[in-house]
Design a protein around this ligand. Structure first.
Ligand code: CP
Ligand code: NVA
Length: 302
């Protein structure tokens, strides 16, 4: 693996390999066993959007691996004033050992990888959120023991989170059901990917149909970063697409809930369901750290 641009690029074996290393790194951290695998290495972190978890977990992760991280906001970089990504990629490749980027267009991440000469990690685009879903998969295995035979459900907008959940869960042998309102369904490209898993994927506009017999229910905000102007329109479109007590009642008894955060209580999830599943949701947030450290080691260790 040269970069982490999408989850589609990873085979089942590569995914499991990252998750196994993430478990090992989590064990080492919990037991205070030093693991300076990236000593002397520097990761640049380009942010064109806000972040709490991603920024902090990557920065702490590099520190714990013995390296360092540079926070590079697009507000300060020349990218923010129009310097092309092709040039930024070639310059940063001469200073850094890896680049993490959070931006809008997937093409920008792909271009960074194409024009640069160091590993690139996608830390969220409008298209996908591979780092988050690696953490989610790690959390599911921690709570459920394995993936085979589980039903994963996503309720909400068919964009970045939904796309990566579909890919990651199908790859690891889970069935996936997704409920989104019309006009907010996952893109053709992801639907094509899911066709490679016949009988394992369902798309519906009915959230209760999707949630039936779920082992894991995922949700995400109704208006993603960059869509703030559509808030009211989206509140109308997504009404009814809420993870609540009634929905949990049709899921399996020990159904988990995952939310990438930040959460909007009273919109995509009720306070009651959020708090009842807070242990799973905050373990998921913690696992960002361990899963990303595994990715950084795979990409940047000699
Ligand atoms: N889930 C997630 O990526 O969180 P941040 O936006 O806070 O990084
Ligand atoms: N769909 C959300 C995910 C945030 C982690 C967004 O893009 O804002």
């Amino acid at each position: 693996m040269k970069h982490l641009l999408t989850l589609e690029q990873l085979s089942k074996e590569e995914l499991l390999d990252i998750l196994n290393l993430a478990d090992q790194l989590k064990f080492q951290k919990k037991n205070k066993i030093p693991h300076p695998i990236l000593a002397g290495k520097t990761l640049g972190m380009i942010f064109q959007k806000s972040s709490t978890r991603t920024r902090v977990s990557f920065e702490v992760g590099m520190h714990e691996l013995g390296g360092q991280a540079l926070f590079l906001s697009s507000r300060d970089l020349q990218i923010g004033r129009g310097e092309p990504i092709q040039d930024t990629a070639r310059v940063l490749s001469r200073y850094l050992d890896g680049i993490m980027i959070r931006t809008y267009a997937q093409k920008e991440v792909e271009d960074l990888a194409k024009f640069g000469s160091i590993p690139v990690v996608n830390a969220l685009t409008d298209y996908c959120h591979p780092c988050q879903v690696l953490a989610d998969l790690m959390t599911i295995r921690e709570f459920k023991g394995s993936f085979e035979g589980l039903k994963a459900v996503f309720i909400g907008d068919g964009n970045n989170m939904a796309n990566s959940i579909i890919v990651g869960c199908l790859r690891l042998g889970m069935r996936v059901s997704i409920a989104s309102p019309k006009e907010y369904e996952v893109c053709e490209h992801i639907q094509e990917f899911a066709k490679g898993y016949p009988g394992m994927f369902e798309m519906t506009t009915d959230p209760m149909v999707a949630a039936k017999d779920a082992d894991v229910i995922f949700t995400d905000v109704w208006a993603s970063m960059g869509q703030e102007g559509e808030k009211e329109k989206r509140e109308k479109a997504f009404k009814g697409y809420q993870v609540n007590k009634e929905m949990m009642a049709v899921a399996n008894k020990d159904c988990m809930v995952q939310h990438c955060l930040p959460a909007h209580r009273g919109e995509e999830i009720t306070e009651e369901v959020f708090e009842a599943h807070a242990d799973e949701i905050f373990e998921e947030a913690e696992n960002r750290l361990h899963a990303q450290k595994a990715v950084l080691v795979k990409l940047m260790a000699n």
